[in-house]
Design a protein around this ligand. Structure first.
Ligand code: ZN
Length: 240
């Protein structure tokens, strides 16, 4: 099987369409989303439509739940909070019903997906340290957990001690478990502004993190035209 794994789309239709087009050429059996379809950008409803039309299974990100008031926005930064309030005004009843049904984790063949962590997905914490990784490895029963949330592609290996790297080519070995952050389609934060997504080939036992240029200027202009926070547009060009 070949899977495409996308996430942190954040209402960025230009980036999503660029990635979906590339995925068409990847000979995939299934595409899966690790959450945060909406938030920050100007096209929440359109991005949701793509995900639903293509039958892409998705878990909930904190921005997805925030848009339907299923998680608090008290701890969101002001630009994220304002974008959430804007997003709520620009979703249809159908969009909201869909977001409200997204689960926190999903299981597949030999992997699971969650947005922030596997050990407490409902808290939307980040895997920032090897200790955070340890907590998620403790309950990981399959070989891989794909994650998003930090918008930084990084892989943790369940070695002793736990190690990590940020390489785009991730070989698998039977003895190791992995936590793989696939990066962000619509708002990368690793200083590389290109859209990120992952391809997992179960036969070849390899995962690739791929990057694609997309029309950042257009995405940024739409954000400004919509009256969304300026920072949500400006950060796209810097990848942070
Ligand atoms: Zn996100």
């Amino acid at each position: 099987m070949r899977y495409g794994i996308i996430g942190d789309i954040h209402s960025n239709l230009e980036a999503l369409d660029t990635v979906l087009k590339a995925l068409e050429g990847e000979d995939l059996d299934q595409t899966i989303c690790v959450g945060d379809i909406v938030g920050y950008g100007a096209y929440p409803s359109e991005c949701l439509a793509r995900i639903r039309e293509l039958d892409v299974p998705s878990v909930a990100g904190n921005h997805d739940y925030a848009a339907v008031d299923m998680t608090s926005i008290e701890y969101f930064n002001p630009d994220a909070r304002n974008a959430t309030l804007w997003t709520r005004e620009h979703l249809s009843a159908e969009d909201k019903d869909y977001l409200a049904t997204l689960p926190l984790t999903m299981e597949f063949e030999d992997f699971v997906i969650s947005h922030g962590t596997l050990h407490s997905p409902e808290l939307f914490d980040y895997i920032q340290t090897v200790y955070d990784a340890h907590l998620s490895f403790q309950i990981l029963e399959t070989s891989i957990c794909f994650l998003g949330h930090s918008h930084v592609p990084i892989t943790f290996f369940d070695d002793d001690p736990i190690s990590y790297f940020m390489e785009p080519e991730i070989p698998l070995s039977e003895s190791e478990k992995l936590l793989v952050n696939v990066g962000s389609v619509g708002q990368p934060r690793d200083q590389d502004p290109r859209a990120a997504y992952a391809v997992y080939d179960t036969d070849d036992q390899i995962i690739w993190i791929k990057r694609l240029e997309y029309d950042i200027q257009s995405a940024a202009e739409k954000i400004l035209e919509a009256g969304l926070p300026k920072m949500n547009a400006e950060r796209l060009a810097h990848g942070r």
